[in-house]
Design a protein around this ligand. Structure first.
Ligand code: ZN
Length: 56
């Protein structure tokens, strides 16, 4: 089976919709490259890591 030529652009994937943070009231737009449902401020892992402590 011959390989498809890479010269033809594939447009089967629609442009991603702008997403916002899943935190209620937060309108921070998420990067299309960000898989997380929350912005950096509301990222659960981030909250867990910094909760109650100053790590700087
Ligand atoms: Zn947020």
């Amino acid at each position: 089976m011959p390989r498809a030529r890479a010269s033809a652009p594939v447009r089967s994937v629609p442009p991603p919709l702008a997403r916002t943070c899943a935190e209620e009231g937060c309108t921070t737009r998420l990067s299309v490259y960000n898989d997380a449902a929350h912005c950096s401020l509301h990222c659960p892992a981030e909250l867990l890591r910094t909760r109650g402590r100053h790590i700087a």
